[in-house]
Design a binder for this molecule. Structure first.
Ligand code: HEC
Length: 449
């Protein structure tokens, strides 16, 4: 595997603490996001899980407990998370590592605003909720039947792995690819990498099961390394174009037998955008907070804009725009097709423009999306970005989509891609800024309703 940041570690992780130190390159005693204005740990979360807790407390909603998977099915349905999104990971890389192995993989499910982790016989369900103001908020739900299910907000050990350099230093989501032995232990001496939509397919899915077809393209999913060392080139012909996992472990223990390739790809895109949204939110609020203090100290007016504020907004904003517009997306060289039906479920909920087009429409033969602009631009986390960040992002997007910005970064967007994206946004984003840039190239008349 071509690794960006090889972790060379010869020790075997046995306890969570040892593993935390090994798995997470940066652990800080006091995180910047714990100070004002974010005050992460002290602030109340407002997200789909806190909302569900309110309904449970008010007894307007209940969760059903089942013998085998506990609250899993009921929780997914309460949070609107499709079972088709199931992905199975067998590397011991997360919290309940004793429960995870190639015969007992961990299952992960996700929707646009929440991710759920499940282990067979696990003590808890693990949840990372997308929170417009706090980025990602972590919860566990005890897998014991009770009249009054309670989500525990977890600010402790989740953060060790979920707020590190892998997430850009903010509380966020992680996806990794690495080689794994028959016990599920990562073989760190062979490297490891964080995965998002820019990761070449050939380096993806180490430690994950993958069901679906992808033609000639190869990946390192479905691979259990049975030699002491990883031999290059890696032989994984049995891991390609796998349609079912029945021969590998007991799939009946899960709510679905799939680990869908399209779900994996969408999740890898989504986690990157969510982390960039969090960074954009935090960086702007922190910069404005600092500016306010400085303006007071220096007796400047409240509206004096510091150069450093503009710089921080531009830095985080540019990263967000690149993620939204799928800059450097790994190209596909053959068609990709899943097995669970996830693609249909994903596309179905898309807001459509007057021509019937949606940002959720999938392409899946040369790239992921038909119109390469993330559907998360339609999410609450985007809409609730601080005003100066939103202004910056819309202004830059206007330049790019109108064709005024012709930088190489955006060369993957043809003139018709840019026009289609601008038109879809016009029809599906209710609160576009009235002055959103348009030129004769993109004939979109923008009005704030
Ligand atoms: C030892 C490191 C580690 C710890 C501790 C940890 N996680 Fe994770 N988590 C991971 C990794 C790595 C992944 C990516 C999938 C995988 O490898 O299992 C992940 C994935 C997840 C996911 C799926 C999507 C996402 O957000 O990345 C959820 C949900 C999740 N973890 C919840 C939690 C919660 C809740 C806690 C604390 C109670 C926690 N995790 C603690 C490492 C960790």
């Amino acid at each position: 595997m071509n690794v960006t940041a090889p972790l060379r570690c010869l020790m075997t992780a046995t306890t969570l603490l040892t593993c935390a130190a090994i798995y997470c390159p940066t652990i800080r005693a006091a995180d910047e996001f714990d100070k004002p204005p974010i005050s992460y740990r002290e602030s109340t979360g407002h997200n789909c899980v806190s909302g569900l807790q309110k309904s449970l407390d008010a007894r307007t909603q209940t969760l059903a407990y089942e013998e085998n998977q506990g609250y899993l099915k009921s929780l997914l349905s309460a949070l609107n998370v499709p079972a088709e999104s199931q992905m199975l990971v067998f590397s011991k890389t997360s919290l309940q590592l004793r429960r995870i192995a190639p015969r007992t993989p961990r299952a992960i499910y996700f929707g646009d605003d929440v991710y759920v982790g499940y282990c067979q016989s696990g003590d808890v369900l693990e949840i990372s909720a997308v929170d417009p103001q706090l980025g990602t908020v972590f919860y566990t739900l005890d897998q014991r039947s009770t009249e009054t299910p309670k989500f525990d907000r977890r600010n402790d050990n989740c953060m060790v792995c979920h707020a590190s350099s892998r997430t850009g230093g903010v509380p966020g989501h992680v996806v990794r690819s690495l080689y794994v032995d028959a016990g599920g232990q990562p073989m760190f001496s062979a490297g490891s990498r964080t995965v998002d939509h820019t990761t070449p397919i050939k380096e993806r899915w180490g430690g994950w099961y993958v069901t679906g077809t992808h033609g000639e393209q190869s990946h390192v999913g479905n691979l259990i390394v049975r030699t002491k060392r990883v031999e290059e080139p890696v032989e994984n012909s049995q891991g390609q174009n796998v349609l079912n996992l029945k021969d590998r472990f007991n799939v009946d223990r899960y709510i679905s037998p799939h680990s869908d390739i399209v779900a994996l790809m969408v999740m890898e895109h989504q986690t990157l955008v969510h982390n960039c949204l969090t960074k954009a939110n935090f960086a702007t609020r922190q910069a404005l907070h600092y500016e306010k203090t400085m303006n007071k100290i220096l007796s400047y007016g409240d509206d004096n804009r510091l150069e450093s504020t503009n710089r921080r907004i531009a830095n985080a904003g540019d990263n967000l725009i690149e993620a939204l517009l799928l800059v450097d997306e790994a190209p596909l060289t053959s068609a990709v097709k899943g097995t669970s039906g996830y693609a249909d479920v994903f596309v179905k909920t898309g807001k459509r423009d007057s021509h019937g087009r949606s940002l959720r429409d999938l392409e899946l033969s040369r790239r992921m999306f038909k119109y390469p602009c993330s559907y998360l631009i339609q999410s609450e986390s985007f809409d609730e970005l601080p005003r100066p960040m939103l202004d910056y992002v819309w202004q830059q997007l206007g330049q790019i989509l109108s064709g005024t910005d012709q930088s190489r970064k955006f060369a993957h967007l043809s003139a018709s891609d840019r026009m289609a994206i601008a038109e879809i946004l016009r029809d599906t984003k209710p609160a576009l800024p009235a002055d959103w840039a348009t030129t004769q190239d993109v004939k979109v008349s923008l009005v704030t309703p």
